[in-house]
Write a protein that binds this ligand. Structure first.
Ligand SMILES: *[C@@H]1O[C@H](CO)[C@@H](O)[C@H](O)[C@H]1NC(C)=O
Ligand SMILES: *[C@@H]1O[C@H](CO)[C@@H](O)[C@H](O)[C@H]1NC(C)=O
Ligand SMILES: *[C@@H]1O[C@H](CO)[C@@H](O)[C@H](O)[C@H]1NC(C)=O
Ligand SMILES: *[C@@H]1O[C@H](CO)[C@@H](O)[C@H](O)[C@H]1NC(C)=O
Ligand SMILES: *[C@@H]1O[C@H](CO)[C@@H](O)[C@H](O)[C@H]1NC(C)=O
Ligand SMILES: *[C@@H]1O[C@H](CO)[C@@H](O)[C@H](O)[C@H]1NC(C)=O
Length: 291
């Protein structure tokens, strides 16, 4: 993939640096993104506080293994989403995966979920509560029931460092586009929507919003609007930005970063899908995480 063409920097929200969990997370992300290796799926972030852990080879571990195996065998679902529960006396584990809507039901989704399932136990070997995110999918599991509840932290912010030439116009078009995405995604059966909007004759903004499919329309809508409300802080006037929560995420770019098909905005001409262009050379993505 394109991991090795990107350079990452980190800005840490100092008022939130109040515990070791934050330090650990930042360290892990920094270390992992610094590796020159190219992974099968484009890794973004993981979060697993060491305050809730299990004993290796315990009942929890075997339940978790069963959960991951169930999730794995459902990665080929056309919805790109599955939630599962493995429950024995005093030991429950709840989990789900979500693929980005445009790769749901494709090999890219299956590959990403398989990568997440094999890497999560490596990055979080004894932690009971784990969220791991990639470009194409996310995996989450916990000993606590979290289905049907919007979780809005921890938060990952990413932005392109390039500025729009006309930020006022750009922000207006982006806000309108994101507004449509939130409404459409919340209403969508798979809780996913994209939107392409014209900034100038030459520049379009491509927006995406998605919730985990266990959320209600109202909770999805609220989650997406909260994520969109962070964009002025993380990404004001920038040519690309993302806000990722465990339960929903939004992203925009000035190039089509998602596969365009019949479910997205009308295309000028039908035909084979063009390959996704990589981000412009020299782009720097700034990331920050808020616990
Ligand atoms: C959690 O991580 C912190 C920071 O590395 C460490 O000091 C602490 O001992 C860890 N706690 C457990 C239960 O492993
Ligand atoms: C867990 O089980 C595996 C295989 O049964 C064994 O190799 C390993 O030593 C066990 N680990 C612990 C901590 O008991
Ligand atoms: C999905 O994968 C499972 C297990 O890997 C398999 O049993 C099932 O037939 C597959 N379904 C489809 C539609 O390919
Ligand atoms: C999936 O989540 C829904 C709630 O959104 C819940 O009702 C259902 O039982 C869960 N399914 C499994 C297999 O855990
Ligand atoms: C973008 O604008 C900000 C604030 O005006 C400025 O600090 C930054 O250097 C600009 N970035 C680029 C790549 O021009
Ligand atoms: C895009 O927006 C620009 C500036 O508002 C306008 O001049 C142009 O006609 C628009 N193009 C399309 C295809 O709508």
């Amino acid at each position: 993939m394109i991991l090795n063409t990107k350079t990452y920097d980190f800005m840490i929200s100092h008022q939130k640096m109040k515990n070791m969990t934050t330090l650990l997370l930042i360290f892990s992300v920094f270390t992992l993104l610094s590796l020159p290796t190219i992974t099968e799926a484009d890794y973004l972030v993981h979060y697993c506080p060491n305050t809730t852990t299990f004993t290796p080879n315990s009942t929890f571990q075997s339940n978790l293994n069963r959960l991951l195996s169930t999730l794995s065998s459902n990665a080929n679902r056309s919805t790109g989403f599955y939630n599962a529960t493995v429950q024995t006396t005093n030991n429950a584990v709840y989990g789900l995966f979500l693929c980005r809507g445009d790769v749901a039901g494709t090999q890219a989704c299956e590959t990403c979920v398989a990568t997440a399932i094999s890497e999560a136990p490596q990055r979080c070997p004894v932690e009971k509560q784990v969220v791991i995110g990639y470009d194409d999918c996310m995996l989450r599991y916990s000993n606590e029931l979290f289905f049907s509840t919007a979780t809005e932290s921890p938060r990952l912010y990413m932005s392109n460092n390039k500025n729009a030439t006309d930020p006022t116009r750009f922000n207006q078009v982006l806000a309108a586009s994101m507004n449509e995405v939130a409404t459409e995604a919340a209403n969508d059966a798979d809780k996913f929507a994209t939107n392409q909007a014209n900034v100038s004759g030459l520049i379009s903004v491509y927006s995406l919003g998605q919730c985990t499919q266990d959320l209600s329309e109202a909770d999805c809508n609220r989650c997406l609007r909260l994520a969109i409300a962070q964009l002025p802080n993380c990404c004001n006037g920038k040519l690309g930005g993302r806000v990722l929560f465990p339960s929903c995420h939004v992203r925009y770019e000035v190039y089509p970063f998602y596969a365009q098909n019949s479910t997205s905005a009308p295309e000028p001409a039908p035909g084979p899908l063009p390959p996704l262009p990589p981000p412009p050379k020299g782009e720097v993505t700034i990331s920050s995480i808020q616990i």
